[in-house]
Write a protein that binds this ligand. Structure first.
Ligand code: BG6
Length: 506
């Protein structure tokens, strides 16, 4: 039975189908930390269609047995649930290793044979999901060889899809080129560009909050909203990823994708229905409406910082320039704060402040919607001390939503203080949310592209980011520094202070 790609209502979803998942870059970090633990957890929760098989495709020689052993060790470390031997052994029976160079054509013809064999033995029905967890330079030979081996086409009534990991280009030109390379082997319908933030439970809940409740939409506009803040703070540094990070920086690594995706969910118009393309059409319009910066505006509205040595939770940590595989004179930014404007009717002149940073004092990702103050009459006469109503969507940790309102402090005198109405996933639903990759892998197996980025969305996001990179390249906005364990450069505070505002304390 073909999956129905339409996500109907809130309770049903397309049925994921058993398939062979071929991971290119199977010995890498992503496979060990995220992909296999996600598949294991799906298996443990009974969500993985029986017969689902993983083929790890990589260069190093390795037996199936060695591959399984290594994956078991790392899954024990990174899995959300404890690894149970009985579940692992039936899951591991579907893990295989295929050794080949990415450039070697014969490796793909033997892969095709192996996949036919898996279809026959494990009932994967000709369904193939190719996961690109390799470096982007390797995409081209992999795609070419998949096509030459006929693996890009559906077979025996099955389907063939490709999941592409970031970085999806490093500017508009390279993203277009990469999209072109992918498109020469797989159609847009077969292509799933992953942005794991979209798989986070609370990110998905943004649309539910906005469009399954009648009370928010009427006030979700420039008449009532003063400004929005989107923060992704991490205590981690670049860890072992200095080589990659040097080519990216915080703007490309976090803002182009994750932050703009969150912004789209918060700012988009209601879609006409819940089809993947209806939702993505609306997100695209948001990115398209983002006001582009000229060089002078980059200097004015964007702050870039890099961490120096400092301490996180009492432990000394090195500065970015002292990290492994980082140039000792690097000017790569590990922190970005910016003020964006969406030029459309709903958001006219409402500032959207975005900040991301590594080695900040706390790890937290959240969106806060700050409403305008009450009129200056009654309790707010003389613009007293009344604060703003703030709706906070906590993406992680401690997923939930809170609303800050004003309340009278009990007692005979009239004193008003902000209080919080708080919804927490943990207490309301009593179970841990699945990991983003679990949801996204299942969606790709079901043919539901809603939570994946479309080609035009990605390119439009790069067009916006390019205006900032261009400003930086022309010397706007010199790099600033902040000690690890602090909330970023002072310039980021000044960015808001100039507007009479301040960052929310996390
Ligand atoms: C990744 C970035 O996409 O997202 C990392 O490359 C970052 O630099 C990570 O640390 C953050 O994701 P999460 O899910 O840990 O918040």
């Amino acid at each position: 039975m073909m999956a129905n790609p339409l996500r109907e209502g809130l309770t049903t979803r397309a049925v994921p189908q058993p398939c062979a998942i071929v991971i290119f870059g199977a010995t890498g970090d992503l496979t060990h930390r995220k992909l296999i633990p996600a598949l294991y957890n799906l298996a443990a929760d009974g969500e993985l269609p029986p017969g689902t098989t993983v083929v790890g495709f990589a260069r190093r020689p390795k037996t199936d047995e060695e591959f399984r052993e290594e994956l078991k060790e790392t899954t024990k470390k990174f899995s959300r649930q404890t690894v149970r031997d009985d579940i692992w052994s039936s899951f591991a029976a579907g893990l295989f290793y295929h050794q080949s160079d990415f450039e070697d054509e014969s490796g793909y013809t033997s892969l095709a044979r192996q996949l036919d064999d898996i279809d026959a033995k494990r009932g994967t029905r000709g369904n193939r999901l190719f996961y690109f967890a390799a470096a982007p330079e390797q995409f081209e030979p992999i795609l070419k060889n998949l096509k030459a081996a006929g693996l890009n086409e559906s077979k025996n009534g099955g389907w063939s899809r490709v999941i592409v990991e970031k970085p999806f280009g490093r500017d508009l030109a390279s993203a277009r080129e990469l999209n072109g390379i992918v498109a020469s082997s797989f159609s847009e319908e077969q292509t799933y560009r992953i942005d794991h933030f979209l798989g986070k439970e609370t990110a998905q809940n943004i649309l539910v909050l906005r469009f399954a409740n009648a009370i928010f939409e009427p006030i979700w506009n420039s008449r009532y909203i003063d400004h929005v803040q989107i923060t992704a703070a991490e205590t981690l540094g670049v860890e072992a990823r200095g080589g990659y990070y040097e080519t990216a920086g915080a703007l490309r690594d976090m803002v182009q994708n994750h932050m703009l995706q969150l912004l789209c969910l918060v700012a988009m118009e209601p879609p006409t229905d819940l089809r993947a393309d209806s939702i993505r059409d609306e997100k695209l319009k948001v990115v398209r409406s983002l006001r582009r910066y000229d060089v002078e505006q980059v200097a004015q509205f964007v702050v870039r910082g890099q961490y120096t040595a400092g301490a996180i939770n009492g432990t000394d940590v090195p500065g970015y320039r002292q990290e492994e595989k980082v140039d000792p004179n690097s000017t790569t930014e590990t922190y970005v704060a910016l003020r964006a404007i969406i030029d459309n009717w709903r958001w006219s002149e409402v500032p959207i402040y975005i900040r991301v940073g590594k080695r900040l004092p706390k790890s937290a990702t959240e969106i806060s919607v700050h409403f305008k103050r009450a009129p200056q009459v009654l309790f707010n006469r003389n613009n007293a001390e009344l604060g703003q109503n703030v709706l906070v969507i906590r993406i992680q940790p401690d997923e939930g939503i809170s609303l800050r309102t004003m309340a009278k402090i009990p007692g005979s005198s009239l004193r008003i203080e902000p209080v919080k109405m708080d919804f927490r996933y943990g207490t309301s639903f009593g179970k841990a949310s699945p990991e983003a990759y679990e949801r996204l892998l299942l969606d790709a197996m079901s043919g539901d592209a809603t939570l994946f980025a479309r080609r035009d969305e990605v390119e439009e996001a790069w067009a916006f980011i390019d205006t900032i990179e261009n400003g930086w390249a022309r010397g706007a906005d010199p790099l600033t520094f902040y000690p690890a364990g602090t909330w970023g450069p002072e310039e980021a505070d000044e960015l808001l202070a100039r507007d009479g505002r301040s960052w929310r304390r996390l």
